[in-house]
Design a protein around this ligand. Structure first.
Ligand code: FES
Length: 119
């Protein structure tokens, strides 16, 4: 079973392919889908439709164990604050094996403090 670790909480969850209940947020078995199913707090202002950047994560390990970013994800990521070469949108990155990602703390704070939306 693939393991997904979310930093900085250092919370690792496991899931079985095809067994998650789809919650209609992002791509099936994306980081966001996994997070919502397994109790990890990952922002998703647009509901997982690749129309914001609040689900921005930075891949620490296992980049090859995720789907490749498509053009619409890359275009959207260009608008993400704090963009890195290892940035992905949690709702678009489909997990295929073990991965470790970081949810940027400033991203969460930005949302919670009522910062300007990146929509
Ligand atoms: S939740 Fe908006 S782009 Fe992922």
């Amino acid at each position: 079973m693939p393991k997904v670790t979310f930093m900085p909480e250092n919370k690792t969850v496991e899931f079985e392919f095809g067994k998650l209940r789809y919650r209609d947020h992002g791509k099936r078995e994306s980081l966001l889908d996994i997070a919502l199913n397994l109790g990890v707090d990952l922002e998703h202002a647009c509901g997982g439709s690749c129309a914001c950047t609040t689900c921005h994560v930075i891949v620490l390990e296992g980049e090859k164990n995720m789907s490749e970013a498509e053009d619409d994800e890359l275009d959207r990521l260009d608008m993400a604050p704090g963009l890195t070469l290892r940035s992905r949108l949690g709702c678009q990155a489909v997990v295929k094996g073990d991965v470790k990602v970081e949810i940027p703390a400033w991203n969460k704070n930005y949302i919670k403090e009522g910062g300007k939306s990146t929509l």
